[in-house]
Write a new protein. Structure first.
Length: 165
């Protein structure tokens, strides 16, 4: 019989305690790793949320709301006054976002009798009643747009040759 009246040898108890200690350390290590990953996930969610486009005020409504708020209310503190001032002084762009057309078939290039170049977007014809957009550019870029117009005319004249169908 082993010492101290225990039915098992003492080295087995030591192994049990060592394994229990290692299990507890491993468990807390997993808990810490999980918490680190949760914090990292929250940080990534906040980054993604802040990267979403907030949209521009193309109509000027937010500016007018801020102006009426400034006229009708007294700021509670200096920070609120500074935020109002920042919103009022911020320059808004009233131009819409640029649109990227992947193919030349989505655009129609036209010239009028004065030689001015126009472009028509095929996707918005039904909604906006055939809008034509005039190309304004410097003489340094004019030859590019003339070439676009010539290429489109060549493609349009021989559409059967150049189409994938």
């Amino acid at each position: 019989m082993p010492l101290n009246g225990c039915p098992y040898p003492c080295y087995l108890y030591r192994k049990f305690y060592v394994f229990t200690y290692l299990y507890i350390v491993w468990f807390f290590h997993l808990v810490l790793l999980r918490r680190k990953k949760e914090i990292e996930l929250e940080r990534l969610k906040n980054q993604i949320k802040s990267r979403k486009p907030k949209g521009r005020d193309l109509t000027g409504e937010k500016w007018l709301e801020t102006l009426s708020e400034v006229v009708n209310k007294i700021p509670q503190n200096e920070d609120e006054a500074k935020s109002w001032q920042a919103r009022l002084l911020r320059g808004n762009s009233y131009m819409p976002y640029p649109v990227d057309y992947e193919t030349n078939t989505d655009l129609t290039w036209l010239t009028n009798d004065k030689g001015r170049i126009f472009v028509k977007f095929n996707g918005i014809n039904k909604r906006m009643n055939e809008p034509l957009f005039e190309v304004y550019c410097d003489s340094r870029q004019l030859h590019y747009f003339q070439r676009f117009c010539q290429d489109w005319q060549i493609w349009h004249d021989d559409e059967k040759i150049y189409s994938w169908d």
